[in-house]
Design a protein around this ligand. Structure first.
Ligand code: G3I
Ligand code: 9MR
Ligand code: ZN
Length: 541
């Protein structure tokens, strides 16, 4: 069915702002629409009068507002000539299931142990990638088993892993009640003093600890030399190779280990100590690594590169986070020296500045008040520009037409987090609404009319680029697809999508399209953090 009405398929919390998008074909005029309850009773009629020319979707949209509807129930929206929307729910717990699935994904991505979510899960597997890995360019080997598979492939990469952990720790700190609802699928294993949520995060931290070299630096990644076919993880038996260390991996680890050490402190002091000393050691090693131009895959290795030419933002994050956790002046000085050059922003795998800003502003220790003020000002300026885009976009996304790059959904989610930062700084609801709008976009109010989280909503992504899903023939639930990528950067995208396709429609829901439809741990972590923030505050006015 060709859709012309677009809503968040996973629904809305009662007090959330609720906007619906109409795709105009034919008559270009305001749309009279009706909100119906599942028993057919019509409960609201309205006019969608806001008209938007939409260059990202290359169409005209009309936007309607049904925020007035707050009563729990199942609904859909109709309009003459437009058909009907996907049905959706309004209620206090509409995202409970979404959260469970999106977070359970990390358990299912575990490497190095048996994974058994339930008796008859097709994604169960025995321990994978357990053989000692070769240190690149030598004949020595090292045990670096554990951690989460990065994505649709089975590589394990430190920088994006650290970033994912940081976002999950933020989700935990910001919304402990939601994190506390997570039911651990790892039955029979004790979470000791940790909640199941933290226990899962520890799985990745334990692996990163193994990725630390004797000199304190972090090996950039471990994987086979090239990507394998669509086989389950335990069948990938090629030799594992550990690549040389990088500044980005080392700084990101120093930062996230400091953060985790603070958060784990009262539940597991022994583990917090281990993290603290590993963090300091990594930070010290930063002075010794010279890597002009950033990490590059060494010859013969063709798996995920995560190259990043600028490592200042990673050092910036590390300095701020270590200052917050350990309080030593040298960390503060390092941060302030970098900030004097430039205030960094970003929640991506290559742009870590915003983690640094958050840590500095919440250090709970003496800071340079003038610098803190400038950081806040810049954060608000960023949020203002994002919020302008949100208001001018037909689907409420924060992405401009040239923003549909590889992992565009990740950028949408991270922009939601930036907007939420501005809400925290000002208490202004417009930022929170713009942040929530990113969630609605990801879950169905988008030009593809899909729910980008597998296994959720009425019309989810079905064929993500994910080896276990491809092998089983059914999408694992709870994974955020990368989303439209207008560059058509894989063969399938080039075959299926016409040149000049509307950027926001450059998605192919087929297994082969890794540039538009892959999944990763750090895209899911962004989603989980945004969800945690939205469910925390959108319930209240
Ligand atoms: O930053 C530029 C931007 O300035 C420019 O306007 C835009 C235009 O295309 O490109 C931007 O760079 C892109 C970059 O992602 C942005 O983060 C590159 O073109 C694009 O090639 C690059 O894609 C990365 C991709 O690996 C290829 O290197 C993705 O971010 C990254 O998420 C992805 O990661 C892969 C791993 O390598 C392997 N495992 C799966 C994972 C997800 O697909
Ligand atoms: O599966 C790989 C995916 O995880 C990566 O993001 C992507 C880009 O590096 O590459 C995928 O692997 C493809 C390889 O690059 C080219 N041959 C086909 C592979 C997918 O089956
Ligand atoms: Zn594995």
């Amino acid at each position: 069915m060709y859709k012309r009405i677009f809503v968040n398929q996973c629904g809305y919390l009662p007090l959330m702002e609720k906007l619906v998008t109409f795709r105009c074909c034919g008559k270009d005029e305001p749309v009279r629409f009706h909100v119906r309850k599942s028993d057919g009773t019509q409960i609201l009629s309205g006019i969608a009068a806001k008209r938007v020319e939409n260059p990202s979707a290359q169409e005209i949209n009309y936007i309607g507002d049904f925020s007035q509807v707050t009563e729990p129930g199942r609904y859909d929206i109709t309009a003459e000539g437009y058909g009907e929307s996907d049905s959706f729910e309004i209620g206090g717990d509409v995202y409970g299931d979404v959260f469970q699935k999106a977070f359970r994904f990390f358990y299912l991505q575990r490497c190095g142990c048996a994974v058994k979510p339930d008796e008859d899960s097709p994604y169960s597997h025995g321990p994978c990638h357990t053989s000692p890995a070769i240190l690149y360019g030598s004949s020595r080997t090292k045990d670096v088993s554990g951690g989460w598979h990065d994505a649709g492939d089975y590589g394990r990469y430190v920088a994006p892993g650290a970033m994912a952990v940081a976002q999950l720790l933020y989700a935990y700190e910001e919304n402990p009640a939601l994190a506390g609802q997570y039911a651990c699928p790892d039955r029979g294993v004790s979470c000791q003093n940790l909640t199941p949520f933290l226990h899962e995060i520890r799985y990745e931290l334990d692996w990163m600890l193994k990725m630390q070299a004797g000199d304190g630096s972090l090996y950039h990644k471990v994987s086979c030399r090239s990507f394998c076919g669509f086989i389950p993880p335990q069948f990938e038996k090629d030799p594992l190779v550990i690549t040389p260390a990088s500044v980005t991996a080392t700084a990101d680890f120093a930062a996230v280990a400091a953060m985790a050490s603070r958060i784990f402190r009262d539940r597991d002091p022994g583990y917090a100590d281990v993290l603290a000393s590993a963090s300091r050691k990594a930070y010290e090693a930063l002075g010794q690594i010279e890597l002009p131009g950033g990490f590059r895959n060494p010859e013969g290795i063709t798996t995920g590169e995560y190259g990043d030419v600028c490592d200042k933002d990673e050092r910036y994050w590390a300095a701020a986070e270590l200052y917050k956790t350990f309080g030593e002046e040298k960390y503060r000085k390092d941060f302030e020296a970098l900030a004097a050059e430039r205030i960094f922003h970003g929640y991506g795998w290559e742009d870590m500045g915003s983690y640094g800003n958050r840590a500095y502003l919440t250090a709970g220790r003496p800071v340079d008040e003038d610098l803190a003020r400038r950081i806040r000002e810049e954060m608000l300026r960023l949020a203002d520009s994002l919020s302008e885009t949100v208001l001018s976009d037909g689907y409420g996304t924060s992405l401009s037409p040239d923003g549909y790059i590889w992992g565009s959904n990740f950028y949408a989610a991270n922009n939601g987090i930036h907007l939420y930062d501005a809400y925290l700084l000002t208490g202004d609801e417009k930022y929170r609404n713009a942040a929530a709008s990113q969630l609605h976009y990801l879950l169905g109010r988008n030009p593809m009319g899909v729910c980008y989280l597998t296994g959720c909503g009425t019309d989810p992504i079905r064929r993500p680029h994910h080896r276990p899903s491809g092998f089983v023939g059914r999408a694992m639930e709870g994974m955020l697809s990368g989303g439209p990528c207008s560059g058509r950067l894989d063969d399938v995208a080039r075959q299926i999508l016409p040149e000049g396709i509307a950027p926001a429609k450059a998605l192919v829901d087929m297994t082969g399209s890794y540039s538009t439809n892959e999944v990763t741990i750090y895209w899911n972590s962004a989603f989980v953090q945004l969800l945690a923030e939205m469910t925390l505050t959108c319930g209240q006015r």
